[in-house]
Design a protein around this ligand. Structure first.
Ligand code: GLV
Length: 311
């Protein structure tokens, strides 16, 4: 099989994949156009449309990340070519740590202490116990379910939400529109780990934000399109004094890099990170890539992406 690899640092991926698939011919998008056209499979992260159009008889695509939104929205995506994506592949642990950082930030009042420090103010706040800090996790896919389990193990009561019913040990699972409303009304921090699909776009709008209890906080290591940014800014209020929404830790934005003119950069209660919550670890990811390519080749049933659902 011939595999075309496209990602930052593609040579490293190419070499490491070659050790796992000695039977394959693996080349990167730097290979000559004739070679690229021969590819049976494409293993790629955010390939340009022109590259997607090149292979003449593509049999499968491996998305080198968890979110397939960029690929599904790519105008060069060929129709009817099955897509497999990375499922967790080691990103859940760093994303869980990112969420833990965010939860402790608010639960232990680090946001307040930072402001107090600037005012040289020495004042202790009695923290609420973790058991009194319910957390909502929207999205219970491979990553969301693992993150929910991690923070439940830390002692936070966790309410998870997915479109269709799920049962996860130790998590209060909710589903559907009514389940979302119920969850929003009872959480002190809301974590977004949904995929970007037409059904999830702006799921956190003014109405959803209004359902959160006063003083709730938002942590988004998922996708920027999940949030209606104007509604978020309105719920935060524009001063350092806490608004209805206490603060937001944001790693993903509808446009990345976040434009310099975005009011989020300078908002006193917003923390911006540059889509760093869930780096794809090469080794674990390559095990999944090799497995997917072998399954494609042998015609085994694949856990393929459903392009209509968007994940
Ligand atoms: C990163 O955002 C990914 O989808 O893997």
């Amino acid at each position: 099989m011939k595999v075309l690899v496209h990602i930052n640092d593609a040579e490293r991926w190419q070499e490491a994949l070659a050790t796992r698939l000695p039977e394959a011919e693996i080349f990167t998008s730097a290979a000559p156009a004739d070679k690229r056209r021969e590819a049976d499979y494409l293993a790629a992260w955010k390939p340009p449309a022109t590259l997607l159009r090149e292979p003449v008889a593509l049999k499968g695509i491996v998305n080198l990340g968890a979110g397939v939104d960029a690929l599904l929205n790519n105008p060069g995506l060929p129709a009817n070519v099955p897509i497999v994506k990375l499922r967790d592949a080691g990103m859940a642990q760093p994303i869980g740590d990112y969420v833990r950082y965010g939860l402790l930030h608010f639960q232990r009042d680090f946001d307040r202490y930072r402001r107090q420090q600037h005012a040289r103010q020495w004042r202790e706040h009695a923290p609420l116990d973790k058991a009194d800090w319910p957390v909502g996790v929207l999205g219970l896919g491979a990553i969301g379910a693992r993150v929910a389990a991690m923070i439940a193990a830390d002692g936070f009561p966790v309410h998870g939400w997915s479109r269709s019913p799920k049962t996860l040990p130790g998590i209060h699972c909710h589903h559907g529109d009514a389940g979302l409303e119920a969850l929003l009304g009872r959480v002190k921090s809301l974590v977004l780990l949904l995929p970007d699909t037409p059904a999830t776009r702006h799921i956190i709008d003014a109405e959803a934000l209004a359902r959160l209890p006063e003083g709730a906080s938002l942590i988004n290591p998922g996708r920027g399109t999940l949030i209606d940014e104007a509604a978020l800014l309105a719920a935060l209020g524009n001063s350092a004094a806490e608004g209805r929404l206490r603060g937001a830790l944001l790693d993903a934005f509808p446009e990345e890099p976040l434009p310099a003119a975005s009011p989020l950069w300078s908002h006193p209660r917003v923390w911006v990170t540059p889509h760093m919550a869930g780096p794809t670890p090469l080794e674990a990811a390559l095990d999944q890539v090799a497995e997917a390519l072998r399954a494609f080749e042998s015609g085994e049933p694949l856990d393929a992406v459903d392009p209509t659902a968007g994940y």
